[in-house]
Design a protein. Structure first.
Length: 345
């Protein structure tokens, strides 16, 4: 047999080269692969004819020795798939030689797999099986990459949501955003229907992301409508007690200060400005201000609004007297009491 270096690569093996081709077909050490070796052999012969390849590598005895040396290495290192791929790439082979080798490795694996130790329990067998599957998935991706490179197969396209984000963000109106997303979804579906082989993604990931974004935009839109509606129906903030008086000598608080001083002097409020009279009597104050002729001019003339302003000013709780104090009248004696106080201004 012509000498061919079986060494090389980053990983080593104790595989002993086979010198007789018949050993691969009849030897007990290859019994597990007895059904797949003839298939690998026939594929090799067909490749030699179809692609007109020549050289020692393509001789069956040499090719099968190289193949089973790699299978031996994979058996030892199947739980380190990245190292296996690095090793295969480091072999002194051109892309086509490596491509055919990877196909043959996959055929061998598909035909008989890799055996687990005899004493392995079910959990250990499952762990080994998962690790082997992972390793051969790596090998298959490497084979597919070589196939694309060798046969000039255009890279498959994939729809990603990130591709539409720049244009999507240029739309400010929520309805326009949704319209644009749906347009891209329709285009995506049409492309997949016409050219399914051109795309890696079956549509699930892209469509799911689009639907999630549409739902998100709808929720934001509804929330803005709700906030706008609440803002529209929300009553305007009341003026302060000081602000309800029209300008008097260009000083808003002058009239308020006079009234508060009188209320303190009459002990209707304490030094801290807290109302000490009967809370119901506050009607007498704001109704007296409404009826007072001359000096007191109010920016607000609605009794219910004045009631709220006075309650806040004099630190009273609204809930206990809201209905009672919203009336447009007060007992005559209460009203007269506050008219008399205001007469002192």
């Amino acid at each position: 047999m012509r000498i061919f270096k079986l060494g090389g690569g980053t990983l080593q093996s104790d595989f002993e080269p086979v010198k007789n081709l018949d050993t691969f077909f009849t030897g007990s050490e290859f019994h597990t692969y007895r059904k797949v070796i003839p298939i690998i052999y026939e594929n090799l012969e067909r490749i030699k004819i179809d692609f007109e390849v020549k050289g020692d590598y393509w001789e069956p005895i040499i090719f099968l020795n190289i193949l089973f040396r790699q299978i031996s290495i994979i058996k030892e290192h199947y739980n380190k798939p990245i190292k296996v791929i690095e090793h295969l790439r480091s072999l002194s082979l051109d892309n086509f030689q490596l491509y055919v080798l990877l196909i043959s490795i996959q055929n061998a694996y598909a035909g008989c797999g890799v055996e687990a130790p005899m004493d392995a329990d079910e959990e250990e067998i499952n762990r080994i099986s998962d690790a082997i599957d992972t390793c051969f998935n790596f090998i298959d991706k490497e084979r597919q990459a070589l196939h694309n490179k060798l046969f000039d197969v255009p890279a498959k396209k994939v729809f990603t949501f990130e591709q539409i984000v720049p244009v999507l963000e240029s739309h400010k109106d929520p309805d326009e955003k949704i319209k644009y997303i749906r347009e891209r979804m329709n285009y995506h579906n049409q492309e997949l229907a016409q050219y399914p082989d051109r795309y890696v993604d079956d549509g699930g990931t892209f469509i799911k992301r689009c639907n999630l974004e549409i739902n998100h935009i709808k929720k934001l839109k509804q929330e803005r409508i709700r906030q706008k509606s609440e803002k529209a129906t929300q009553p305007k903030s009341d003026l302060s007690f000081e602000e309800i008086f029209r300008d008097y000598h260009n000083n808003k608080s002058e009239m308020a200060d006079r009234i508060i001083s009188l209320l303190k002097r009459e002990k209707i409020i304490d030094i801290e400005g807290v109302w000490k009279d009967d809370p119901m009597d506050i009607r007498g104050l704001y109704l007296a201000m409404l009826e007072y002729p001359g000096k007191i001019k109010l920016k607000v003339r609605k009794p219910f609004v004045l009631y709220r302003i006075c309650f806040r000013k004099f630190k009273l709780k609204e809930k206990d007297a809201i209905k009672e104090t919203s009336r447009n009248r007060a007992p005559i004696e209460v009203l007269e009491k506050y008219k008399n106080i205001l007469n002192l201004i």
